[in-house]
Design a protein around this ligand. Structure first.
Ligand code: DWN
Length: 392
């Protein structure tokens, strides 16, 4: 049974940055439930995938040094421990991961036309498709794959049974399916409710994934914790019985059980904590505005779309959002319509505070913004609402 525990109100498409403010912007009711049969946490209402993932998709995985380094070391690590002869990536975005593999033995599936064109030009055969059972035949014609990799994409897929059974059909005997996505454990521990937006149809625990993968004859054989994106898990799965199970699997499951991720009560408490976080953030910003402070936001993230729309924060509080992604610049943020501008078009040093929309890149940003930090301060809501002091 599905149990609703969180209501984040009406939300727009998180990455739909707008050239002009439309009269009627698409919005949906963002509520989140815990399924007590599988322990899976999912949105109640899914947005049609074509509205989110198309040729206008703006998020570039290689936009930060942190992620470029992460995917290079991740690719080397997987080559070392799995030694795959053939590779497939699901959701290859701008090629930041596959560029570390040989194009002769690597293919990709990517539904956003702008990115599929890009990786095709880089020499990687890329099918512009969603990952569904309809793709099986095309892929199998290029051979079954020793490594199927996916980063920050499986949690976007609404029908997980279809996705996992498609993987099972395309994987070679003894092959590994490796995917990384934000960790539910870290979301609950850090109060980072902004991991919830249209694209994130689910936020995964290892417990839930074990249950759902089993329905497609697959099991988890290794789990690695990653610091990226506010805390993620790299899940290694295979067909049931094809590989020895590493002790990292039971370690993560025990840790999650201890944190109550298999109990509804944990999620109900999380929902209450998020209501408090909203009050604290809006009160803090109101107080700073009352004192005449200039507040901007740093990083036009999907996560900040959730926070601003849930908390009703708009351009009367935040002057603008600064972001390095050209396709987000000179546009308005989804729902609350805060202008997004390029760092080179502004001097953030004259702002008093900057809300960290990209709190997951705090160290990279703090290093870069030492001038701003001589006087200004970052504000965050993770793991609790506060002004970040220099000594932290
Ligand atoms: O799964 C997803 C993840 C991986 O990325 C997607 N569904 C969408 C997206 O989520 P997000 O928008 O919350 O991701 P990020 O990676 O937190 O976005 C960071 C943003 O901040 C980018 O637009 C780039 C920008 N940025 C910047 O302007 N200056 C980042 C850094 C590090 C900087 O110095």
């Amino acid at each position: 049974m599905k149990n609703r525990f969180l209501d984040l109100g009406m939300q727009p498409i998180a990455n739909n940055f707008l050239k002009e403010i439309p009269e009627n912007e698409f919005k949906f009711h963002l509520t989140v439930s815990y399924d007590d049969e599988t322990s899976l946490v999912s949105l109640d209402d899914f947005v049609p995938p074509e509205l989110m993932f198309n040729e206008n998709y703006v998020y570039h995985s290689s936009m930060s040094k942190t992620m470029r380094d992460h995917f290079l070391s991740g690719a080397n690590h997987l080559k070392n421990i799995l030694n795959p002869k053939s590779v497939l990536e699901i959701g290859s975005n701008d090629g930041v991961f596959i560029k570390n593999f040989d194009p002769a033995t690597t293919v990709a599936v990517e539904p956003c036309g702008n990115f599929a064109d890009l990786t095709n030009e880089m020499g990687y055969q890329t099918y512009c498709n969603f990952w569904t059972k309809d793709i099986v035949e095309k892929i199998v014609q290029t051979g079954k794959k020793d490594l199927i990799f996916s980063a920050n994409c499986i949690c976007h897929i609404q029908d997980l049974d279809d996705a996992f059974s498609t993987v099972e059909k395309v994987l070679s005997t003894g092959g590994a399916f490796v995917f990384e996505d934000p960790s539910l454990y870290r979301m609950i521990k850090r109060g980072s409710y902004d991991q919830l937006y249209d694209e994130h149809a689910h936020v995964f625990s290892v417990i839930a994934l074990s249950n759902v993968l089993r329905r497609s004859n697959m099991e988890i054989f290794r789990v690695e914790s990653l610091d990226v994106h506010g805390g993620s898990n790299r899940i290694f799965a295979c067909r049931i019985g094809e590989r020895p199970i590493d002790e990292s699997v039971s370690y993560h499951i025990s840790m999650e059980k201890e944190a109550g991720l298999d109990r509804l009560e944990t999620y109900v408490n999380f929902g209450k904590q998020i209501e408090t976080s909203k009050k604290q953030l809006t009160n803090l910003l109101k107080e700073l505005k009352r004192k005449g402070s200039k507040i901007i936001s740093y990083g036009a993230t999907s996560k900040s779309t959730t926070v601003f729309n849930y908390c009703g924060i708009n351009s009367s509080t935040i002057d603008y959002i600064v972001d390095t992604t050209p396709s987000k610049q000179n546009k308005f943020s989804p729902g609350v319509h805060i202008p997004v501008i390029a760092p080179e078009d502004t001097t953030i040093a004259d702002a008093d505070y900057a809300f960290l929309g990209a709190w997951n890149f705090e160290s990279e940003i703090s290093e870069k913004e030492s001038e701003f930090l001589k006087r200004g301060r970052f504000i965050t809501h993770v793991p609790f609402v506060r002004i970040i002091e220099p000594e932290e």
